[in-house]
Design a binder for this molecule. Structure first.
Ligand code: TYM
Length: 334
């Protein structure tokens, strides 16, 4: 608890171009939940270097991402938006928790297996211990809820296991966090292959709607989206392409799947696909404008970064001090 509010923690990596999947699976829920909880949202730049980054481009992406959180509607005064690499407690707790995590557990992580297959020339130890650092991110802030997409569920489970293991040895040090998954959009699939998750690292750009895509590009991608041979607009397991579009439409408009099905009853893809594009654009366009405006205001953004970094450090160090004491490190002389 912070200020009598439960704590919510989440973040995104500063890699690739964010997709509508990132927005619907995570960011959108952050916006709806941020009034009710004490929120911390990190730009996960430590995690990002598990894949090689080009320094100048990386720096820019990280700043763009931070500005995007604000542009999407997160108030940086009420919420703590910060860079993970600015708070060294993340790396320190990550090391400590690594000593409470088993190789076997980490080897079972599907994201590790996927990324190792994708980057076979650079299967570094950071990629392997990635979930330990993620556990440290979450546990440092005594987090109650973690709003993420379904692809992060396994990482959430290992975080809980590590926290419970630590608590069973040292007493109640960490709050045991729970994942929070939105009702709609928790797993947005590729527009070109609806059996695969929509991903910012997809080689086929037509499979993903990027948050920075302009209206025409969104329309073109929606029109090209893979559907089925019949033209019925119905949510069903045997219609993964249409179901995915319905999911996107419903998440962007706030209408239920049933309402959306009814709206397009008897209509074909010719009407449905442009309507999906319009729904997506109505979310993206205001965000683009806001993003551009915020990025231009250098001193405003720098001020936010400085203030929130101090706030994040304050809370993170509180937990870290407790952990240091519990494991038996000697006090740091002042
Ligand atoms: P990342 O950067 O891959 O993704 C950011 C968020 O977007 C969600 N997401 C999706 N949701 C629905 N459909 C999709 N197709 C889709 N693709 C991505 C992800 O689930 C995530 O919520 N490991 C994390 C970053 C992280 C983190 C943390 C998150 C590091 N430490 C602590 C929460 C708490 C990641 O790689 O997310």
């Amino acid at each position: 608890m912070v200020n009598d509010k439960k704590v919510l923690y989440s973040g995104m990596q500063a890699t690739g171009n964010l997709t509508i999947g990132n927005y619907l699976g995570a960011l959108k829920n952050w916006i709806t939940l941020n009034e009710e909880y004490e929120c911390f949202f990190g730009v996960m730049d430590l995690h990002s270097i598990t894949i090689r980054q080009q320094p100048a481009d990386f720096r820019k992406r990280a700043r763009n991402l931070l500005a995007l959180y604000i542009a999407a509607g997160i108030d940086p005064v009420k919420n703590c938006i910060y860079y993970q690499s600015h708070v060294s407690a993340h790396a320190e707790l990550g090391w400590i928790l690594g000593c409470f995590t088993y190789m076997g557990e980490l080897s079972r992580m599907t994201q590790f297996k996927d990324k190792a297959a994708k980057h076979s020339d650079n299967i570094n130890a950071g990629l392997f211990t990635y979930p330990v650092l993620m556990a440290a991110d979450i546990l440092l802030y005594q987090t109650d809820y973690v709003p993420v997409g379904k692809d992060q569920q396994q990482h959430l489970e290992i975080t809980r296991d590590i926290a419970q293991r630590f608590n069973s040895i040292y007493g109640d040090v960490f709050t045991i966090p729970e994942g929070y998954y939105g009702k709609r959009g928790a797993k947005v699939m590729s527009l070109q292959d609806p059996s695969k998750k929509m991903s910012k690292s997809d080689e086929n750009p037509n499979g993903s709607i990027y948050l920075m895509d302009d209206a025409d590009t969104v329309l073109r991608k929606c029109k090209r989206a893979v559907t089925d041979s019949d033209s019925e607009i119905r949510y069903s397991e045997d219609k993964p392409g249409v179901s995915n579009l319905l999911e996107i439409y419903s998440a962007c408009t706030g209408k239920s799947i049933e309402e959306s099905e009814k709206e397009f009853d008897g209509k074909g893809y010719g009407e449905f696909k442009p309507a999906v594009a319009e729904a997506v654009n109505s979310v993206l366009e205001p965000m683009h404008k806001e993003h551009e405006r915020i990025l231009k205001d250098k001193s405003y953004l720098d001020g936010i970064i400085k203030e929130n970094n101090e706030k994040a450090r304050y809370f993170a160090n509180k937990t870290l001090r407790k952990v240091r004491k519990k494991v038996g490190f000697t006090d740091i002389p002042h």
